[in-house]
Design a binder for this molecule. Structure first.
Ligand code: 5AD
Length: 432
């Protein structure tokens, strides 16, 4: 399976190349030294990833061409919007009318949308978000892989099952060979073009070791590599960028400093935000967001989280529900409902309609097995499949009963692709 469409290089201006996809032009940042006009390439997240031999590109494009336009048609049909639905308030229609014209909504309007309860009204809100997703992002849905390389963590986050406080967890740390093997499988055998390497804040890896692993992956099996190792230090962000990482996934968890303090004893929200800002400054694509349903969190806080993610230049929003873990201090809390999460993601699409991708988080899928489809039809357009070796996956227990924890990579891909096909989505990160 393929998660990117080959593009043809039309023009090279220093580090920027113009790439042609079925007649549409896109810009990409090129770091390959031997690229010429006429070459076929894969790009991800705006970066040229690798060159593809002509015969390979042409045969992939032949398959894509027909399928791609069919998918687009299906998506277009599914994202039609009629704001004259019955049983919904005039106020809602006025707000959505404004939203679909991409006018910024007032705080009261955003709060109104989050407080919708009636099913017909929520459905119309989701359709408006889906309409905007289609309008600005077309039918692309990026599919990243994630390898959870270690569940050791020095932090004591109150909600997290792999925090240092949890003594009931079997800890693992993949070694260099294991990480390389998992990356090789994901990229070469399964066709992933973007890979997240994630761990707790594990002091057991030396930064040079991580840099070496990233360098080796990039050299042998080119892909867009995201790091997600927590607060590794601002200088170390530079080190891993130099090694070839081009994306960083780090949530700020909550934009409310008091809530942040309550759930992260002794930690500082500003330091976390500093990391995210620095990563962006260095040139990383930033994936960020917060947890929804934290004790004391209000609708206003959740809206502020979306704005903070946007202000931090998120290339992708990763906003997921907090799921209580039995071996943490927050075991007695209750998670939010699927419908509320869908409203939050739809709101994120209204707030940042033309820019950030929106991830369907595994936590949301854990909350409800139907959520993936529901939120793909409510503004979301990104999936992350778990490519951690099965022997370790269950121990990356940030919350209990994680969706897909027992599924092979193949099963996850088949499920994801068949859902995307049924919705007319192309598994690429290109909105062409
Ligand atoms: N529920 C949901 N998400 C969680 N995370 C950690 N613990 C939980 C939980 N109990 C998320 C945090 C972290 C990411 C890696 O996992 O948001 O940033």
């Amino acid at each position: 399976m393929c998660y990117a469409i080959p593009g043809k290089v039309e023009k090279i201006e220093e580090k920027t190349v113009i790439v042609d996809y079925f007649g549409e032009k896109r810009k990409a940042y090129n770091e390959l030294e031997d690229l010429s006009c006429g070459d076929y390439i894969y790009a991800q997240g705006g970066f040229v990833i690798k060159k593809i031999p002509l015969f390979e590109a042409e045969s992939i494009l032949n398959v894509w061409k027909e399928e791609f336009f069919n998918l687009q048609e299906t998506d277009l049909k599914l994202s039609r919007l009629n704001l004259k639905e019955k049983g919904v308030s005039r106020e809602l229609i006025q707000i959505l009318d404004k939203a679909i014209e991409s006018k910024p909504l007032k705080k009261e309007e955003l709060l109104y949308l989050l407080s919708i309860d009636k099913d017909e009204e929520a459905e119309l809100f989701f359709k408006a978000a889906n309409f905007l997703r289609q309008k600005y992002h077309k039918n692309s849905c990026c599919v990243h892989g994630i390898i959870e390389i270690s569940n050791y963590c020095r932090k004591n986050c109150g909600y997290c099952g792999i925090s240092i406080q949890n003594r009931n967890l079997r800890r693992y740390r993949m070694n260099r060979e294991e990480i390389l093997k998992a990356a090789y499988e994901a990229i070469e055998n399964y066709g992933f073009k973007a890979l997240v390497l994630q761990s707790g804040e594990d002091t057991g890896y030396d930064i040079k070791e991580l840099a070496g692993i990233i360098e080796e992956i990039k050299m042998k099996w080119p892909a867009l590599i995201f790091i997600s190792f927590g607060e590794i230090g601002l200088d170390n962000l530079e080190v891993l960028y130099k090694a070839g990482a081009r994306g960083m996934l780090m949530r700020f968890e909550t934009s409310n400093p008091q809530i942040y303090k309550n759930i992260h004893p002794g930690q500082d929200l500003n330091s976390r935000i500093e990391h995210i800002k620095r990563a962006y400054k260095i040139g990383y694509l930033v994936l960020t967001g917060g947890l929804v349903g934290l004790p004391g969190q209000t609708n206003e806080d959740v809206i502020n989280d979306i704005f903070l993610a946007k202000d931090l230049h998120a290339e992708m929003f990763s906003i997921g529900p907090f799921l209580p873990h039995p071996d943490t201090a927050m075991a007695g809390c209750f998670p939010v409902k699927e419908k509320y999460m869908a409203k939050v993601l739809a709101l994120a699409r209204l707030i940042d309609n033309d820019n950030a991708k929106i991830l369907v988080t595994t936590a949301l899928e854990t909350l409800s097995s139907k959520a993936r489809k529901k939120v793909l039809l409510a503004g979301a357009n990104s999936l992350m499949l778990n490519v951690t070796p099965l022997e370790y996956r269950e121990f990356y227990a940030i919350y209990p009963n994680r969706a897909h924890a027992q599924e092979t990579i193949e099963t996850q891909i088949n499920e994801a692709i068949s859902l995307l096909r049924s919705l007319g989505r192309a598994p690429t990160d290109l909105s062409i």
